[in-house]
Ligand binder design. Sequence first.
Ligand code: NAG
Ligand code: NAG
Ligand code: NAG
Ligand code: NAG
Length: 390
Amino acid sequence: MLLSLVTVFLWLGMGQAQRTTPDFIMEYFQRQLQQLEGRLIKCEQDVQHFSRRMYDMSKEIHGETSKMNALKSEVKSHIDIFAMRLDRVERDVEYLHNNIPDTVQVDIEDSLIEHQVKEAKLKKTSVIPKGKDCSSEVVGIKSLKIVKKAGDANGSWMKDPTKGSAKIYFFSGTRNSTVLAYTSLKTFTEPNSTKKTEVFRLPFPWHGTGHVVYNGFVYYHSADTNNEILKVHLSNRTVADRLLLPGAGRMPAYSLNPHTLLDLAVDEMGLWSIHADPDFGGNLVITKLDHSSLAVEHTWDTNCNSRDAEAAFIICGTLYVVYNSHYGGRSSIQCLFDIHDTIYTESISVLFFPKRYTSHSALRFHPKDKQLYAWDDGYQTIYKLEIKKI
Ligand SMILES: *[C@@H]1O[C@H](CO)[C@@H](O)[C@H](O)[C@H]1NC(C)=O
Ligand SMILES: *[C@@H]1O[C@H](CO)[C@@H](O)[C@H](O)[C@H]1NC(C)=O
Ligand SMILES: *[C@@H]1O[C@H](CO)[C@@H](O)[C@H](O)[C@H]1NC(C)=O
Ligand SMILES: *[C@@H]1O[C@H](CO)[C@@H](O)[C@H](O)[C@H]1NC(C)=O
């Protein structure tokens, strides 16, 4: 362009002398300008075309991404709905567990109140078994460890909490007289543990899964009796004492474990027994026993029902009842009864066992380990409890 302008001026200079017509120059300018404009227009058109294509493309991309976003949010909402439904089903099941109208309870409400009044009086006058100042509350069930799979679907296993001994006692089945003992949890879990097994034969078979080992003795519900508790010395298998527990043995302690009529427990305070009372709407009754004489120290009627219960344990004089469903679900602690009234039981929220389907036939608390030794459908498992001092 510059070159053509120079040419034009040169030509003009020459034109001074030659006197050429100005029309011709103007024409020339115009043509040049037109060409320039033409090129500009084309350039502009190209740019426009290009930007339109860019625009179209970005629109297309935008459309695709928004389509993808829509898809993503659709999938997400599907997942959310699914999770919500699952949650709801779980909560419904829980709700049903808690709220099925209990006609039995309704019928006996008056007698229940009477009972509670009597109980309140009893509680005040009763001498709470002396012992260490122990008031604590379970606030969580932290973890689970499956240590072995052995024996029947139903049974119980435990350590003797008094001796600081590591010995493991193994009671397979709901009726037998053979107790197996292992020197430690380690030997119990070894694959060829049978070689190191001690075998004890009890003088009478047991009934259910309610036994405990305490201070070198086995305490258990003697088979073929309604309510006889035997205390047998493990070293020579002689019966040291026996007790017919009043009112016990007329119905299963926990409806989900129909074979156990009498459940025994050990806590910081000593030996306890747990049974359900048909005259009390199937609610659980706990009895503090003197472990040396097997005498009844005191009995409490609790507000916890045996229906849909699968097991229970006692910590510092507080009964924790574990509930589940017939088909085996997630076990949860839904009822507690504190003999000292230090735990405000109304405010307690449901405590769930770690996420896994379970069916516990026995739960044995060990006060020093703060662990539950559980028999879960033939799996020997240990739960670690989170305990808060109050
Ligand atoms: C009794 O227990 C022992 C040891 O666990 C077992 O070998 C035996 O089969 C059991 N007997 C019955 C009748 O279940
Ligand atoms: C059993 O345990 C012993 C050690 O106590 C070991 O030497 C042996 O190999 C084990 N046998 C099997 C079959 O695991
Ligand atoms: C059984 O053993 C205990 C403790 O060792 C002892 O006190 C008791 O007398 C023994 N019983 C029999 C009948 O030997
Ligand atoms: C174990 O107990 C459950 C629940 O009570 C029962 O359905 C099952 O038949 C028992 N299994 C054995 C092998 O006794």
